[in-house]
Design a protein around this ligand. Sequence first.
Ligand SMILES: C[S@@+](CC[C@H](N)C(=O)[O-])C[C@H]1O[C@@H](n2cnc3c(N)ncnc32)[C@H](O)[C@@H]1O
Length: 303
Amino acid sequence: MSFHVPVMAQQVAAGLVGDPQGVYVDATAGGGGHSRAILERLGSQGRLIAVDRDPEAVAQVRGALVDGRVMVVCGRFAELEALLAQQGVAQIDGVLFDLGVSSHQIDQASRGFSYQQDGPLDMRMEPGSGLSAADLIRESSAEELASLLAQYGEERRARGIARAICAAPAMDTTADLRRVVASTRPRHLPKTLARVFQALRIAVNREPEQLERGLAAGIALLKRGGRLGVIAYHSLEDRLVKSTFAPLLKVCTCPPAIVVCVCGGRALFTKVGSRAQRASRAELGNNRRARSASLRLYQKGGD
Ligand SMILES: C[S@@+](CC[C@H](N)C(=O)[O-])C[C@H]1O[C@@H](n2cnc3c(N)ncnc32)[C@H](O)[C@@H]1O
C-alpha cells in the first residue's frame, strides 16, 4: 500500500518554485510526494528542507529521498524558525503546508485516527508525546467536550454526543467511541463519526495553534518574491488561512485615523490566482482525498 498519494503535486510545485536554486520547505513532508515534486524543479544548488512532526513520516522521507539537496527534520512547523536556524537557514524562497494527516497515519489501526479501524483511541501525530484522545476525553467535562466537537467538528448534536461519551464506562478504543456515537442514533452515522474523530484529532494535536504559528513563521521566513502554499481539507483550516492573510493583502495598512497614507500603499502579500485551486477532474477520479482539498498560494512583496 502506498504511504500517501500527494494532492495537486504538480500544481503545488509549479506554483511554489520560482527560483530553482532557492531554498524551499515542505513543512508537512508525510510520504514525501510533494517534496519529490518540488525537488524535480530544483537545480543543483537548490535546497529542500522536509519537516514532519511524525517520526514515522520522517523515516519514510529519509529513505525515499536520498539526495544531497534534501535535509529531513523531525519537528513541528510551529517551531519552523528554530528548526531552520539549526540548519543555518534564515530565509526561504517557498514553503508548503499540506494540512491534516497522511493516508499512512489513517490506515494504521494502532494510531487510532480512523473510525473504520479498531485500535487504541490515540490520534497523536507524535506517538507517546502529550495527551492521547482517550486521555483528553478522560480529562474533559461534557461541556468542554461539547464545545470541542462543535468547534472542531462543526457537529450540531455536540452536546448529546459529549454527554454520552462522558457517561460511557470505558473510552479506550476507537470501537468504544464508535459504539457510543452510534448509541446517540445520528441520522447519518459515518458522517457523524467522521466529524467526531476529526474534532478529537484536531484537539489532540492542537492543530489550529500549530497552523497559526506555522503561518506566522512562514510569513517571517519568506524572502521578498517568495511564496507560501497551503492545502486545506476543511473549512476551519481554510478560514484560518484566509483570515491570517486578509490584513496582509490590504494595499494601505495605515490606521483609519491617518488621512494621508504613510505606509506607501503596498500590500505585504498578494494572492497567486484569484481563488483557491482545486484538483482536476482526472485527479478527483483517482484520489478521494483530493475532493475536499483547496490550495491557496500567496507571494510576499505585494504589487
Ligand atoms: C497530508 S499529510 C502530508 C502529505 C505529504 N504532503 C505527501 O506528499 O506525502 C500531513 C503531514 O503533516 C504532518 N503534520 C501535521 N501537523 C504538523 C505540524 N504541526 N508540524 C509538522 N508536521 C505536521 C503529519 O504528521 C502528516 O505526515
